[in-house]
Write a protein that binds this ligand. Structure first.
Ligand code: HEC
Length: 733
């Protein structure tokens, strides 16, 4: 009884007194025999299809759902502390629900009552500085009485005893594995990595005695490589490494500028992965290489950045890969894990893997070979670079089916008409900036794009055994202006402090800290021009050391350089224009790109609404057998616009859907703080409930003692909404 899927089976089968063949791993148990059914992994099962065979809650009775219990984490309620949202999709094993609090504590509650069994605080250890970041889930492993929760906080992976919440000290070094392990060092990369920022916001997968992990890393010049690692779940020992940025001599090395691997990082899997246990294969999507919007130091196709990768789970050896964006200049990370499903294709049943993208595509592959099931065309794209040193890749892959689920190109026709003023405001920006193909090169003049944010987001999608994919989507417009920092530094227009700031901080805070107008999820990055009025030197120092929320820690920058940046922010830097640019210990690293993005800006109208015509957020049902849409509906509304008589526009949405054999798709994710059930046949809303705070997470469903529950984290905080700190459970009366 070593592995999760067996555990689920045994729980189900003991409960029903049967000893039949185990059900398929993708959760297709005959639903009527169940008394107890877990949700044992992030994504619901190894296939990551977020499908439950439960039918107790169904289209005929969902209107009767009511609150069963609330678990209050007791966080996010101090008005003097900045709140963190909850993105966690919890797991349920053996009737116990395991999840994370906004401040990264791990907890176990009785899944039928919400009563707390234990809580683990990683920062109780004085050696571990608080480091808050999104945490989307946790992992479970067991062998006999040895039952472990694995989860990561900051740069550490923890193994916690599932019975009592105590850290298992024999795991790794004193109970943690350092996620820097296996990324490389001076000898292999030409620089050390141990001080670079890394975390893992999304759980990995467990295969036999291995925990296979992706990572979140910087997207600037200080990014470590995003190699995939497997660690032994008992000892924490590194078992294998897959180089997402190949080293000299390895397959794919020639798809980069020579020696780019010494200064380029990223190509990391931050969105999670899925497992085909029977085939012993793990499937994952990678992100763009650093730095996000300029590729002059990484000429070439850049394998295995922006790839769906299939690895042998035992060894980490590559089975196949498929690149969804060549030489990415647009931050088009694969934003969610692939989804395993079975489809009927040309008259035969095919085990397939689907991958959704930020810019609205779904790629569908044969799981064994990686061959696309619907043709993918290599389409010619703009090739004339606008920034010196850049070399665009001449073609990009476009699946002929399904049609994109998100907007592709801004035209005068789809500019907002919410009010004449909003239309005029956006039209002016449209006429005075570059716009057109989403593969236009980035420019100093400023360009309007779709697809820097989802499209598909980290909530992923759900798929049922009929091969229907349920995908929520955003239509977000972005405005990107590049700045020639190389020239500015060379002509000494910048001080050393500003140069360092721009290299390390501007990707979020804008050049010189002037702000970026609203980042991913509508959460503005703070403007720092007057930060000295709000924070003391000591407070900034401490923030740079620990990070907070999506603000990474900067322990990897030397203390001198950190002080120089702080001097710049506090305007105490000598105004003598230092000719000398940032002093690197090493010529290659951190890499100082000659062009930087001026923040990462979502472009909205002057009232803060999306700059385009609705729908602004949608839910889609796509038949992956045929590649055709069954339906597309708006997801969410702005209550104040609905009051004005405007039909539901859909809203930006973060968090994913689940689908059940009861005929329902459950999803929250929207600005209006509702949890909704949609009829999976028609896309009609059949139930909705206003949560105590926005549910920017993916729900789960499970059964304990014959009762089916639906649970979601209500953490709020996104889009400047009120924070929340609870998990809420629903059941039939
Ligand atoms: C990946 C994006 C990102 C990068 C890179 C980044 N920051 Fe931040 N920063 C943030 C976010 C998000 C916040 C708000 C954090 C929170 O939720 O409390 C923040 C907050 C801050 C604050 C506090 C502002 C306030 O008013 O409370 C300071 C100061 C700051 N950052 C400085 C820096 C400096 C200096 C650098 C570079 C060395 C940097 N940041 C790099 C995202 C970033």
């Amino acid at each position: 009884m070593k592995y999760i899927f067996k555990l689920t089976v045994i729980v189900v089968w003991l409960a029903t007194g049967c000893h039949h063949q185990p059900p398929k791993e993708e959760g297709q148990q005959p639903a009527d025999r169940q008394k107890t059914l877990d949700w044992p992994t992030y994504g619901g099962n190894n296939a990551g299809n977020r499908y439950s065979p439960l039918t107790q809650i169904n289209t005929s009775n969902v209107q009767q759902l009511r609150l069963a219990w609330t678990y209050d984490t007791d966080e996010n309620n101090n008005p003097n502390e900045r709140a963190m949202s909850i993105q966690c999709q919890p797991i349920v094993v053996d009737g116990i629900l395991y999840g994370a609090t906004p401040q990264m504590k791990l907890f176990a509650v009785d899944a039928a009552t919400g009563k707390q069994l234990w809580k683990f605080d990683p920062f109780a250890d004085p050696d571990k500085k608080p480091r808050f970041h999104p945490l989307r889930g946790v992992m479970y492993w067991e062998d006999g009485e040895d039952k472990r929760i694995l989860y990561s906080v900051g740069s550490f992976l923890y193994a916690i005893d599932a019975a009592n919440g105590k850290q298992i000290k024999s795991f790794g070094t004193q109970g943690t594995v350092d996620l820097h392990e296996g990324l490389g060092d001076q000898e292999t990369l030409g620089h050390e990595v141990d001080q670079l920022s890394i975390s893992a916001s999304t759980p990995g997968v467990i295969y036999k005695d291995l925990v296979i992990m992706g990572s979140s890393v910087s997207e600037a010049g200080d990014a470590p490589p995003g190699h995939i690692r497997a660690f032994n779940v008992r000892t924490g020992k590194l078992a294998w490494v897959f180089h997402t940025i190949p080293l000299p001599g390895e397959f794919g090395y020639e798809t980069w500028s020579e020696d780019a691997y010494q200064k380029i990082g990223g190509a990391n899997c931050w969105a999670g992965m899925v497992l085909d246990e029977k085939r012993g294969m793990v499937f994952l999507g990678t992100g763009s290489p650093s730095v996000d919007f300029y590729g002059g130091a990484r000429i070439g196709q850049n394998l295995f950045a922006n790839c769906v990768v299939a690895l042998d789970a035992e060894t980490g050896k590559r089975k196949w890969h498929f690149q969804t964006v060549h030489h990415d200049l647009w931050d088009r990370d694969l934003p969610c894990p692939p989804t395993l499903l079975t489809v009927e294709h040309q008259g035969r049943q095919v085990d397939a893997v689907a991958q959704a993208t930020k810019d609205g595509y779904v790629f569908l592959f044969d799981r064994d070979t990686g061959t696309p099931l619907f043709e993918v065309k290599e389409v010619p794209v703009p090739t004339t670079p606008t920034l010196p040193g850049e070399q665009l890749w001449p073609t990009q892959p476009v699946p002929v089916k399904p049609a994109p689920f998100a907007m592709q190109e801004l035209t005068e026709d789809n500019i907002t008409d919410r009010t004449p003023e909003a239309h005029a405001y956006v039209l002016d920006r449209f006429r005075n900036s570059r716009h057109g193909s989403k593969y236009m090169p980035t420019s100093l003049e400023g360009t309007l794009y779709f697809g820097f944010g989802g499209g598909a987001e980290w909530g992923g999608n759900a798929a049922d055994p009929q091969g229907i994919l349920y995908q929520n989507s955003n239509n977000m417009l972005w405005w990107l202006v590049m700045r020639d920092v190389g020239k500015e530094s060379a002509t000494a227009q910048l001080t050393k402090g500003e140069t360092l700031f721009n290299a390390n901080c501007a990707a979020c805070h804008g050049i010189g800290g002037k702000g970026s107008g609203g980042g991913e999820g509508g959460q503005a990055y703070p403007v720092l021009t007057n930060v000295g009025k709000r924070l003391s030197r000591e407070q900034i120092r401490s923030l740079l050391a620990t990070g907070r929320g999506r603000m990474p820690s900067f322990q990897h920058i030397s203390e001198d350089n950190r002080e120089t940046i702080i001097n710049f922010l506090l305007k105490t830097e000598s105004q003598v224009k230092a000719l000398q640019t940032a002093s690197n210990d090493d010529d290659n690293f951190p890499y100082m790109p000659p062009f930087l993005n001026n923040g990462n800006t979502q472009f909205r109208d002057q009232d803060g609404y999306p700059a385009i015509k609705p729908p602004w957020g949608t839910l889609n049902a796509i038949d992956m057998n045929t590649g055709e849409y069954l339906w597309q509906v708006t997801l969410g509304e702005y209550p104040e616009l609905t009051k004005q008589g405007i039909p539901a526009t859909g809203t930006e949405n973060h968090g994913g859907p689940i689908v059940t054999a009861g005929g329902l798709v459950f999803i929250a994710a929207t600005y209006d703080e509702h949890l909704r059930a949609f009829d999976k046949q028609t896309g009609e809303i059949v139930w909705e409930y206003k949560l105590p705070a926005g549910g920017f997470a993916t729900p789960i469903t499970y059964m304990v003692d014959g009762k089916q529950y639906l649970v979601i984290a209500a953490g709020g905080t996104r889009y400047e909404l009120k924070p929340g700190g609870s998990y809420v459970a629903f059941a039939l009366p």
